[in-house]
Design a binder for this molecule. Structure first.
Ligand SMILES: *Cc1c(COP(=O)(O)O)cnc(C)c1O
Length: 384
Protein backbone atom coordinates (compact mmCIF):
# COMPACT_ATOMS: atom_id res chain seq x y z
CA UNK A 1 0.00 0.00 0.00
CA UNK A 2 1.32 3.44 -0.85
CA UNK A 3 0.38 6.62 0.89
CA UNK A 4 0.68 10.14 -0.36
CA UNK A 5 0.60 13.44 1.42
CA UNK A 6 -1.01 16.55 0.07
CA UNK A 7 -0.14 19.93 1.36
CA UNK A 8 -1.00 23.46 0.45
CA UNK A 9 1.71 25.26 -1.48
CA UNK A 10 2.02 28.89 -0.42
CA UNK A 11 3.57 31.14 -3.05
CA UNK A 12 6.28 32.20 -0.59
CA UNK A 13 7.10 30.36 2.66
CA UNK A 14 7.46 33.63 4.59
CA UNK A 15 5.06 35.83 2.62
CA UNK A 16 5.71 38.62 0.13
CA UNK A 17 8.16 40.71 2.17
CA UNK A 18 9.54 42.83 -0.67
CA UNK A 19 6.51 43.24 -2.90
CA UNK A 20 6.18 46.52 -4.81
CA UNK A 21 2.39 46.16 -4.80
CA UNK A 22 0.10 46.47 -1.81
CA UNK A 23 -3.42 45.22 -1.42
CA UNK A 24 -5.11 47.10 1.41
CA UNK A 25 -8.17 45.49 2.95
CA UNK A 26 -10.41 47.69 5.10
CA UNK A 27 -11.82 45.44 7.81
CA UNK A 28 -13.96 48.24 9.25
CA UNK A 29 -15.66 48.55 5.88
CA UNK A 30 -16.44 44.81 5.92
CA UNK A 31 -17.95 45.16 9.41
CA UNK A 32 -19.94 48.23 8.34
CA UNK A 33 -21.22 46.44 5.25
CA UNK A 34 -22.37 43.47 7.28
CA UNK A 35 -24.21 45.74 9.75
CA UNK A 36 -25.80 47.68 6.91
CA UNK A 37 -27.17 44.47 5.41
CA UNK A 38 -28.33 43.15 8.77
CA UNK A 39 -30.06 46.43 9.61
CA UNK A 40 -31.94 46.40 6.30
CA UNK A 41 -33.82 43.30 7.43
CA UNK A 42 -36.83 43.47 9.71
CA UNK A 43 -35.66 40.45 11.72
CA UNK A 44 -32.03 41.56 12.05
CA UNK A 45 -30.58 38.13 11.35
CA UNK A 46 -27.68 38.12 8.93
CA UNK A 47 -25.15 35.38 8.34
CA UNK A 48 -22.13 35.81 6.05
CA UNK A 49 -20.62 33.85 3.18
CA UNK A 50 -16.80 33.78 3.25
CA UNK A 51 -16.01 30.96 0.83
CA UNK A 52 -12.90 31.00 -1.39
CA UNK A 53 -10.63 32.47 1.28
CA UNK A 54 -13.11 35.18 2.20
CA UNK A 55 -13.70 36.14 -1.47
CA UNK A 56 -9.93 36.30 -1.86
CA UNK A 57 -9.37 38.73 1.02
CA UNK A 58 -8.05 36.29 3.63
CA UNK A 59 -10.44 34.08 5.52
CA UNK A 60 -8.97 34.55 9.02
CA UNK A 61 -9.12 38.36 9.29
CA UNK A 62 -12.42 38.42 7.43
CA UNK A 63 -13.98 35.80 9.70
CA UNK A 64 -12.77 37.48 12.90
CA UNK A 65 -14.00 40.87 11.70
CA UNK A 66 -17.47 39.54 10.98
CA UNK A 67 -17.72 37.68 14.26
CA UNK A 68 -16.57 40.78 16.16
CA UNK A 69 -19.28 42.72 14.31
CA UNK A 70 -21.88 40.31 15.65
CA UNK A 71 -22.16 37.67 12.94
CA UNK A 72 -22.72 34.22 14.42
CA UNK A 73 -22.95 32.03 11.32
CA UNK A 74 -20.42 31.79 8.50
CA UNK A 75 -20.81 29.84 5.25
CA UNK A 76 -17.99 28.35 3.19
CA UNK A 77 -18.05 26.03 0.18
CA UNK A 78 -15.72 23.25 1.34
CA UNK A 79 -15.20 21.30 4.52
CA UNK A 80 -11.50 22.19 4.47
CA UNK A 81 -12.44 25.86 4.32
CA UNK A 82 -14.61 25.39 7.40
CA UNK A 83 -11.73 23.83 9.30
CA UNK A 84 -9.53 26.76 8.22
CA UNK A 85 -12.14 29.23 9.54
CA UNK A 86 -12.24 27.50 12.91
CA UNK A 87 -8.46 27.61 13.19
CA UNK A 88 -8.82 31.41 13.31
CA UNK A 89 -10.81 31.08 16.55
CA UNK A 90 -8.55 28.97 18.73
CA UNK A 91 -8.98 30.40 22.23
CA UNK A 92 -11.90 32.60 21.11
CA UNK A 93 -15.64 32.15 20.85
CA UNK A 94 -16.03 30.33 17.54
CA UNK A 95 -18.85 31.04 15.08
CA UNK A 96 -21.03 28.36 13.57
CA UNK A 97 -19.59 27.30 10.26
CA UNK A 98 -21.76 25.81 7.51
CA UNK A 99 -20.49 24.00 4.42
CA UNK A 100 -22.49 24.78 1.28
CA UNK A 101 -21.22 21.87 -0.80
CA UNK A 102 -22.58 19.58 1.85
CA UNK A 103 -22.25 16.01 2.89
CA UNK A 104 -21.33 14.68 -0.58
CA UNK A 105 -19.06 12.13 1.05
CA UNK A 106 -20.94 10.45 3.93
CA UNK A 107 -17.63 9.44 5.49
CA UNK A 108 -17.09 13.16 6.23
CA UNK A 109 -19.88 13.01 8.81
CA UNK A 110 -17.44 12.24 11.62
CA UNK A 111 -15.25 15.19 10.59
CA UNK A 112 -18.26 17.51 10.72
CA UNK A 113 -19.20 16.23 14.15
CA UNK A 114 -15.68 16.36 15.51
CA UNK A 115 -15.28 20.03 14.57
CA UNK A 116 -18.87 21.04 15.23
CA UNK A 117 -19.25 22.11 11.59
CA UNK A 118 -22.70 22.00 9.99
CA UNK A 119 -23.23 20.30 6.65
CA UNK A 120 -25.89 21.33 4.18
CA UNK A 121 -27.94 18.31 3.17
CA UNK A 122 -28.35 18.51 -0.59
CA UNK A 123 -30.26 15.34 -1.44
CA UNK A 124 -32.26 12.56 0.18
CA UNK A 125 -29.19 10.35 0.40
CA UNK A 126 -27.35 13.01 2.41
CA UNK A 127 -30.34 13.40 4.71
CA UNK A 128 -30.37 9.66 5.28
CA UNK A 129 -26.60 9.53 5.87
CA UNK A 130 -26.77 12.36 8.44
CA UNK A 131 -29.81 10.81 10.11
CA UNK A 132 -28.04 7.47 10.45
CA UNK A 133 -24.93 9.16 11.76
CA UNK A 134 -27.02 11.04 14.36
CA UNK A 135 -28.72 7.77 15.26
CA UNK A 136 -25.42 5.96 15.73
CA UNK A 137 -24.21 8.80 17.96
CA UNK A 138 -27.58 9.04 19.71
CA UNK A 139 -27.40 12.83 19.24
CA UNK A 140 -29.45 15.18 17.09
CA UNK A 141 -26.67 16.98 15.23
CA UNK A 142 -27.33 20.29 13.44
CA UNK A 143 -27.56 20.57 9.68
CA UNK A 144 -29.22 22.73 7.03
CA UNK A 145 -31.44 21.56 4.21
CA UNK A 146 -31.07 22.96 0.69
CA UNK A 147 -34.06 22.99 -1.65
CA UNK A 148 -33.33 23.76 -5.32
CA UNK A 149 -35.87 26.31 -6.54
CA UNK A 150 -34.26 27.21 -9.84
CA UNK A 151 -30.45 27.07 -9.80
CA UNK A 152 -30.33 23.41 -10.86
CA UNK A 153 -27.04 23.14 -9.07
CA UNK A 154 -27.27 21.85 -5.51
CA UNK A 155 -30.16 20.94 -3.24
CA UNK A 156 -33.16 18.62 -3.42
CA UNK A 157 -34.71 18.63 -6.89
CA UNK A 158 -38.47 18.75 -7.50
CA UNK A 159 -38.99 15.01 -7.17
CA UNK A 160 -36.94 14.69 -4.01
CA UNK A 161 -38.61 17.75 -2.52
CA UNK A 162 -41.99 16.13 -3.18
CA UNK A 163 -40.82 12.94 -1.50
CA UNK A 164 -39.63 14.83 1.56
CA UNK A 165 -42.90 16.76 1.84
CA UNK A 166 -44.77 13.44 1.68
CA UNK A 167 -42.39 11.74 4.12
CA UNK A 168 -41.19 14.39 6.55
CA UNK A 169 -40.14 11.72 9.04
CA UNK A 170 -37.02 11.32 6.90
CA UNK A 171 -35.76 14.31 8.88
CA UNK A 172 -36.44 12.69 12.26
CA UNK A 173 -33.39 12.64 14.46
CA UNK A 174 -31.75 15.57 12.60
CA UNK A 175 -31.43 18.97 14.27
CA UNK A 176 -32.60 20.97 11.26
CA UNK A 177 -31.49 24.60 11.76
CA UNK A 178 -32.54 26.21 8.47
CA UNK A 179 -34.20 25.30 5.21
CA UNK A 180 -32.47 27.29 2.47
CA UNK A 181 -32.48 27.93 -1.24
CA UNK A 182 -30.50 30.14 -3.62
CA UNK A 183 -31.64 32.68 -6.21
CA UNK A 184 -30.57 32.65 -9.86
CA UNK A 185 -31.37 36.24 -10.90
CA UNK A 186 -31.29 38.32 -7.72
CA UNK A 187 -28.97 40.87 -9.35
CA UNK A 188 -31.67 41.65 -11.93
CA UNK A 189 -34.48 43.10 -9.80
CA UNK A 190 -37.19 42.96 -12.49
CA UNK A 191 -36.44 39.38 -13.57
CA UNK A 192 -39.66 37.32 -13.30
CA UNK A 193 -37.75 34.36 -11.92
CA UNK A 194 -37.15 36.22 -8.64
CA UNK A 195 -40.82 36.21 -7.68
CA UNK A 196 -41.26 32.63 -8.94
CA UNK A 197 -38.38 31.30 -6.86
CA UNK A 198 -39.46 33.26 -3.82
CA UNK A 199 -43.03 31.99 -4.02
CA UNK A 200 -41.96 28.43 -4.69
CA UNK A 201 -39.60 28.54 -1.72
CA UNK A 202 -42.30 30.01 0.55
CA UNK A 203 -44.69 27.25 -0.55
CA UNK A 204 -42.17 24.45 0.04
CA UNK A 205 -41.03 25.71 3.44
CA UNK A 206 -44.68 25.94 4.54
CA UNK A 207 -45.15 22.26 3.67
CA UNK A 208 -41.93 20.95 5.23
CA UNK A 209 -41.33 20.61 8.98
CA UNK A 210 -40.29 24.04 10.26
CA UNK A 211 -36.54 24.29 10.84
CA UNK A 212 -35.51 25.54 14.28
CA UNK A 213 -34.37 28.91 12.91
CA UNK A 214 -36.64 29.04 9.89
CA UNK A 215 -35.98 29.67 6.22
CA UNK A 216 -33.22 31.46 4.36
CA UNK A 217 -33.09 32.53 0.73
CA UNK A 218 -31.36 35.82 -0.01
CA UNK A 219 -27.68 36.27 -0.83
CA UNK A 220 -26.34 39.82 -1.39
CA UNK A 221 -28.44 40.80 -4.37
CA UNK A 222 -31.74 39.32 -3.21
CA UNK A 223 -31.28 41.11 0.12
CA UNK A 224 -32.12 44.25 -1.91
CA UNK A 225 -35.27 42.88 -3.54
CA UNK A 226 -37.52 43.66 -0.60
CA UNK A 227 -38.32 42.27 2.81
CA UNK A 228 -40.42 39.39 1.47
CA UNK A 229 -37.15 37.90 0.24
CA UNK A 230 -35.54 38.06 3.68
CA UNK A 231 -37.41 35.16 5.36
CA UNK A 232 -35.74 34.44 8.73
CA UNK A 233 -32.13 35.23 7.86
CA UNK A 234 -30.08 36.54 4.93
CA UNK A 235 -26.86 35.06 3.56
CA UNK A 236 -24.78 37.78 1.85
CA UNK A 237 -21.29 37.38 0.46
CA UNK A 238 -19.95 39.77 -2.16
CA UNK A 239 -21.67 42.90 -0.82
CA UNK A 240 -19.71 42.50 2.41
CA UNK A 241 -16.59 43.03 0.35
CA UNK A 242 -17.90 46.10 -1.46
CA UNK A 243 -19.43 44.39 -4.49
CA UNK A 244 -22.54 46.00 -5.95
CA UNK A 245 -25.79 44.13 -5.31
CA UNK A 246 -27.19 45.15 -8.71
CA UNK A 247 -26.66 47.65 -11.52
CA UNK A 248 -29.98 49.48 -11.24
CA UNK A 249 -29.23 51.49 -8.09
CA UNK A 250 -26.08 53.17 -6.77
CA UNK A 251 -23.92 50.75 -4.80
CA UNK A 252 -24.60 51.39 -1.09
CA UNK A 253 -21.72 49.21 0.09
CA UNK A 254 -18.45 50.63 1.34
CA UNK A 255 -15.43 49.79 -0.82
CA UNK A 256 -13.10 47.37 0.94
CA UNK A 257 -10.15 46.85 -1.39
CA UNK A 258 -7.37 49.20 -2.53
CA UNK A 259 -4.67 48.00 -4.92
CA UNK A 260 -1.61 50.21 -5.21
CA UNK A 261 1.78 49.76 -6.76
CA UNK A 262 4.86 51.79 -7.56
CA UNK A 263 6.32 52.56 -10.95
CA UNK A 264 9.28 50.28 -11.69
CA UNK A 265 10.61 52.18 -14.68
CA UNK A 266 9.63 55.01 -17.04
CA UNK A 267 10.71 55.40 -20.68
CA UNK A 268 10.04 57.67 -23.61
CA UNK A 269 9.01 56.13 -26.91
CA UNK A 270 8.32 57.62 -30.32
CA UNK A 271 6.51 56.25 -33.35
CA UNK A 272 6.90 53.69 -34.80
CA UNK A 273 7.87 52.11 -31.47
CA UNK A 274 5.22 49.98 -29.83
CA UNK A 275 4.40 48.72 -26.35
CA UNK A 276 4.34 45.12 -25.14
CA UNK A 277 3.58 41.69 -26.54
CA UNK A 278 2.19 41.52 -30.01
CA UNK A 279 3.26 45.15 -30.50
CA UNK A 280 -0.41 45.63 -29.68
CA UNK A 281 -0.17 49.29 -28.71
CA UNK A 282 1.26 51.87 -31.09
CA UNK A 283 1.76 55.53 -30.25
CA UNK A 284 0.97 58.65 -32.26
CA UNK A 285 3.58 60.94 -30.83
CA UNK A 286 6.20 61.08 -28.13
CA UNK A 287 4.82 59.02 -25.28
CA UNK A 288 5.94 58.26 -21.73
CA UNK A 289 5.37 54.66 -20.68
CA UNK A 290 5.60 53.49 -17.06
CA UNK A 291 5.82 49.84 -16.06
CA UNK A 292 4.19 48.37 -12.95
CA UNK A 293 4.65 44.99 -11.26
CA UNK A 294 1.07 43.75 -11.59
CA UNK A 295 0.08 41.14 -14.15
CA UNK A 296 -2.43 38.49 -14.97
CA UNK A 297 -0.65 36.09 -12.61
CA UNK A 298 -1.72 38.54 -9.89
CA UNK A 299 -5.34 38.47 -11.00
CA UNK A 300 -5.12 41.58 -13.14
CA UNK A 301 -6.86 39.74 -15.93
CA UNK A 302 -5.39 39.69 -19.42
CA UNK A 303 -8.84 40.68 -20.66
CA UNK A 304 -8.05 44.14 -19.23
CA UNK A 305 -5.47 44.72 -21.97
CA UNK A 306 -5.92 48.18 -23.47
CA UNK A 307 -8.98 48.88 -21.29
CA UNK A 308 -8.03 49.22 -17.62
CA UNK A 309 -7.44 52.58 -15.96
CA UNK A 310 -4.87 53.56 -13.38
CA UNK A 311 -4.15 56.71 -11.39
CA UNK A 312 -0.77 58.31 -10.81
CA UNK A 313 -1.29 60.76 -7.98
CA UNK A 314 -4.59 62.40 -8.98
CA UNK A 315 -4.19 61.89 -12.71
CA UNK A 316 -6.23 59.25 -14.47
CA UNK A 317 -4.12 57.32 -17.01
CA UNK A 318 -4.83 54.41 -19.37
CA UNK A 319 -3.29 50.96 -19.11
CA UNK A 320 -1.87 50.39 -22.60
CA UNK A 321 -0.74 47.29 -24.44
CA UNK A 322 -1.30 43.75 -23.35
CA UNK A 323 -1.31 42.72 -19.73
CA UNK A 324 1.70 40.42 -19.22
CA UNK A 325 2.09 37.77 -16.56
CA UNK A 326 3.94 40.06 -14.14
CA UNK A 327 3.73 43.53 -15.63
CA UNK A 328 1.46 46.18 -17.05
CA UNK A 329 2.32 49.38 -18.86
CA UNK A 330 0.56 52.71 -18.43
CA UNK A 331 0.71 55.87 -20.51
CA UNK A 332 1.99 58.64 -18.22
CA UNK A 333 2.49 61.28 -20.89
CA UNK A 334 0.02 63.49 -19.01
CA UNK A 335 1.87 63.12 -15.71
CA UNK A 336 4.87 65.42 -15.99
CA UNK A 337 7.77 64.17 -13.93
CA UNK A 338 6.37 60.66 -13.42
CA UNK A 339 9.27 58.53 -12.23
CA UNK A 340 10.20 55.18 -10.75
CA UNK A 341 8.80 54.80 -7.24
CA UNK A 342 5.69 56.94 -7.83
CA UNK A 343 2.46 55.52 -6.43
CA UNK A 344 -0.04 54.05 -8.89
CA UNK A 345 -3.59 53.15 -7.88
CA UNK A 346 -5.40 50.39 -9.75
CA UNK A 347 -8.41 49.64 -7.54
CA UNK A 348 -10.02 51.87 -4.90
CA UNK A 349 -13.25 53.73 -4.16
CA UNK A 350 -12.99 55.61 -7.48
CA UNK A 351 -12.07 52.64 -9.66
CA UNK A 352 -13.96 49.87 -7.92
CA UNK A 353 -13.80 46.11 -8.30
CA UNK A 354 -17.01 46.38 -10.34
CA UNK A 355 -15.53 49.05 -12.62
CA UNK A 356 -12.51 46.82 -13.24
CA UNK A 357 -14.78 43.82 -13.77
CA UNK A 358 -16.90 45.68 -16.33
CA UNK A 359 -13.77 46.50 -18.33
CA UNK A 360 -12.62 42.87 -18.17
CA UNK A 361 -16.03 41.54 -19.19
CA UNK A 362 -16.50 39.77 -15.87
CA UNK A 363 -17.99 40.32 -12.41
CA UNK A 364 -16.54 41.82 -9.24
CA UNK A 365 -16.53 38.36 -7.65
CA UNK A 366 -13.95 37.16 -10.14
CA UNK A 367 -11.76 40.23 -9.64
CA UNK A 368 -11.82 39.68 -5.85
CA UNK A 369 -11.17 35.96 -5.90
CA UNK A 370 -8.35 36.37 -8.43
CA UNK A 371 -6.40 38.90 -6.33
CA UNK A 372 -2.90 37.55 -6.26
CA UNK A 373 -0.75 36.06 -3.55
CA UNK A 374 2.31 38.08 -4.59
CA UNK A 375 0.86 41.30 -3.22
CA UNK A 376 1.78 42.56 0.22
CA UNK A 377 -1.51 42.51 2.12
CA UNK A 378 -2.23 45.26 4.58
CA UNK A 379 -5.26 44.98 6.84
CA UNK A 380 -6.56 48.25 8.25
CA UNK A 381 -9.36 49.02 10.69
CA UNK A 382 -10.12 48.26 14.30
CA UNK A 383 -10.03 44.51 13.81
CA UNK A 384 -6.61 44.51 12.14
C1 LIG B 1 -21.91 32.22 -2.86
C2 LIG B 1 -23.23 31.97 -2.27
C3 LIG B 1 -23.87 32.95 -1.51
C4 LIG B 1 -23.36 34.36 -1.40
O1 LIG B 1 -23.62 34.99 -2.63
P1 LIG B 1 -23.28 36.52 -2.90
O2 LIG B 1 -23.85 36.76 -4.24
O3 LIG B 1 -21.80 36.62 -2.89
O4 LIG B 1 -23.90 37.31 -1.82
C5 LIG B 1 -25.04 32.61 -0.85
N1 LIG B 1 -25.57 31.37 -0.98
C6 LIG B 1 -25.00 30.42 -1.73
C7 LIG B 1 -25.66 29.09 -1.84
C8 LIG B 1 -23.83 30.68 -2.42
O5 LIG B 1 -23.28 29.74 -3.20
Amino acid sequence: MSTSTFRAAPMYPSGPLHAPTTLTIDLDAIAANWRLLRDRTAHGVATAVIKADGYGLGVEPVARTLVDAGCETLFVAHLDEAIAVLSAFVGRVAPRVVVLNGLHDPSDAAVYAEHGIMPILNDLGQIEAWRRFCGARETRLPALLHIDTGMSRLGLDRTETGTLIAEPNRLDGVDLRFVMSHMACGDTPDHPMNREQRDRFADITARLPRAAEGAMLAASSASFLGSDYHFDAIRPGVALFGGRPNTVAPNPMRPVVTLESRILQVRRIDPPETVGYGAAHGVEGTTMIATIAVGYADGFLRALSNSARARVGETDVPVVGRISMDLITIDVTNVPGAKAGDLVTLIDARETIDDVADKAGTIGYEILTSLGSRYARRYVGAAA
